[in-house]
Ligand binder design. Structure first.
Ligand code: PLP
Length: 395
């Protein structure tokens, strides 16, 4: 096919040409003395994205799931108790990973579409007077439901309970797209990856680690080899890697960080917020419902949208793929067949977003949805027309 459509899955995201070229390099020697010139500034600059001055960043050749595993195995021992809320497919998968590592997992069940319940976390922690809970796990941006949780509120609840557990946050689909404040929120382990906000190929797990978490890694007993923090940090401190690094992704990450800093982190967040609101304007105009229960939970990187009763969201996403050659996110877990997802993160403009909205509309018209062709596109156009002016003025 001539021409190229963007993807609207919530990661991996569209890779800008500049980053594709940056990753297109010939093999270089990672044991050469100049490797440190690539590595050290990368790790330092990643700290700016996590907003940590006191923590460090550790990367592994892996996807986000590897980051989850690294965070857990380096800081906990089999049998340790962890407290975690389940409100979507990704919080569910992190729970599964903890259970397979023989942790004692206390689950707070929440409705899918809700966010992390800071009050319930606080109540469980206050009741845990012997401080058996070692870790509190929270998914910042639940990609399955398009829900953003308030991490600062969870931290406040932990502090109010006077509980010493460490705070682990999954920021795979929020880092570098929505504000994240590792130090301010007292996050001990922050797990992300290369293929969402960083706009790169999949292949690097990126983990923010607090001093307290590095200390815990000295005595934690869960087995790990490939993902060992001490091996990786020790090698990084000497300017190297304990094994072969994913060099192409590292060059891509250099260029990605340059792009993000050139735009300005705050402008990156503002662009995501604006594009997301345009998508939500379209959803409102269609008369459809978001999975996220309340506006304060709306994610700026992904919207999960229920299809009307009597329709199947898988048929919609398959139809869009077959007829228009565009990918949207399918409904996951409880949402399968009931909701589809529009990923609006990473390298995206108003114009790209409008093409996605218009494509969904065409497919809904094809399948007989009770939605007026053009209604969502028009609503988003109006929103972008108005807010682009402000965005240009403040840029
Ligand atoms: N956590 C969240 C919130 C995610 O969205 C994803 C993937 O989409 C993961 C974890 C797992 O990451 P990966 O697929 O890179 O292993």
């Amino acid at each position: 096919m001539t021409g190229q459509n963007p993807v609207f899955i919530p990661g991996p995201t569209n890779i800008p040409d500049r980053l594709r070229y940056a990753m297109s390099i010939q093999t270089m020697d990672h044991r050469a003395p100049d490797f440190i010139e690539l590595l050290s500034p990368l790790l330092d600059d990643l700290k700016k994205v996590f907003k940590t001055k006191t923590g460090r960043v550790i990367t592994f050749p892996a996807s986000g799931t590897g980051g989850w595993e690294a965070a857990i195995t380096n800081t906990l021992s089999p049998g340790d108790k962890v407290l975690v809320a389940r409100f979507g497919m990704f919080s569910h998968r992190w729970i599964d990973l903890c259970q397979r590592h023989n942790l004692d997992v206390e689950i707070i069940e929440c409705a899918w579409g809700d966010g992390a319940p800071a009050d319930l976390y606080g109540a469980r922690l206050a009741a845990d007077t012997n401080h058996e809970i070692k870790a509190v796990l929270v998914t910042h941006n639940e990609t399955a439901t398009g829900v953003r949780s308030d991490i600062a509120a969870v931290r406040r609840a932990m502090d109010a309970a006077g509980h010493p557990a460490m705070l682990y946050v999954d920021c795979v689909s929020s880092l570098a797209s929505m504000d994240f404040r590792m130090d301010d929120w007292g996050v001990d382990l922050a797990v992300s990856g290369s293929q969402k906000g960083f706009m790169l190929a999949t292949g690097m797990a990126i983990v923010g680690v607090s001093e307290k978490a590095m200390e815990a890694a000295k005595s934690a007993k869960c087995p790990r080899t490939f993902f060992d923090f001490n091996d990786m940090a020790g090698a990084n401190d000497k300017g190297g890697f304990p094994y072969t690094p994913p060099l192409q992704i590292m060059y891509g990450l250099r260029a990605s960080l340059d792009m993000i800093f050139e735009e300005g982190l705050d402008n990156v967040f503002a662009r995501h917020a604006r594009i997301a609101e345009g998508v939500r304007e379209a959803v409102r105009a269609w008369g459809l419902k978001l999975c996220a229960h309340r506006p304060e939970l709306y994610s700026d990187t992904v919207s999960a949208i229920y299809v009307p009763d009597g329709f199947n969201s898988d048929e919609l996403t398959n139809h869009i793929f077959d007829h228009y050659g565009v990918s949207f996110g399918v409904g996951l877990g409880e949402m399968a067949g009931k909701a589809f997802r529009i990923g609006h993160l990473g390298s995206l403009t108003d114009v790209m977003a409008l093409s996605g909205i218009a494509t969904v509309e065409m497919a809904m018209a094809d399948l007989g949805y009770p939605v007026e062709l053009g209604s969502g596109t028009r609503a988003a156009q109006e929103y972008y027309r108005q807010t682009t002016k402000t965005a240009l003025k403040t840029a």
